[in-house]
Ligand binder design. Structure first.
Ligand code: NI
Length: 183
């Protein structure tokens, strides 16, 4: 089981900044277990009672590199209003195309590896078409939008050693706000 202290933070920049390597199939037993553990961690983190009791922050995405694993995979677990989860296990992803329209998360983007509040706009495409492999090695092509599109872009950045804080203009954190839609 993953614990909060297993997740690397900005203090561990050396690892977080590394570019992860493509995964070779079939996945190892260890990687399959890790992927399922990552999903479980995100689900629990979005359970208010559990999160409060264990003093952990809610997260909807987690990349392998955040656990010190330099492999190109991540998971997304998004709790919907009806309480069910929309989940993705994403390996070796590639963005095939994206919308012209850009969006940003109004309350600010968050990351389990960034433990401080960072103000400003992180520009993201409103919709992307992404190709990736699932844990069985089957190729998937999905068109995702809004929160899920943001999560994919945020996690793909992790695989390239990029944090959301890098995307905020240092001099003017709200630069170009008028050209983007808040979500
Ligand atoms: Ni993150």
């Amino acid at each position: 089981m993953i614990k909060e202290c297993d997740i690397l933070t900005e203090k561990d920049a050396k690892t977080l900044r590394e570019v992860s390597k493509d995964v070779i199939f079939p996945l190892s037993e260890e990687d399959i277990l890790k992927i399922n553990d990552m999903i479980m961690y995100l689900r629990l983190s979005q359970d208010e009672e559990y999160a409060e009791k264990n003093n952990i922050r809610a997260g909807m995405g987690l990349a392998a590199i955040q656990l010190g694993i330099k492999k190109r995979f991540f998971v997304i677990s998004y709790k919907k209003e009806d309480g069910t989860f929309e989940e993705y296990k994403v390996i070796n992803p590639k963005i095939l195309s994206h919308s012209e329209e850009e969006i940003y998360v109004e309350e600010g983007e968050g990351c389990l590896s960034v433990t401080r509040y960072v103000e400003g706009i992180v520009p993201r495409y409103a919709r992307i078409t992404v190709e990736y492999y699932d844990e069985f090695g089957n190729k998937q092509t999905k068109r995702v939008r809004e929160e899920i599109a943001v999560a994919f872009q945020h996690e793909i950045d992790h695989l390239n050693g990029i944090l959301f804080t890098d995307k905020i203009d240092k001099k003017n954190p709200f630069k170009n706000q008028e050209n983007m839609r808040a979500i």
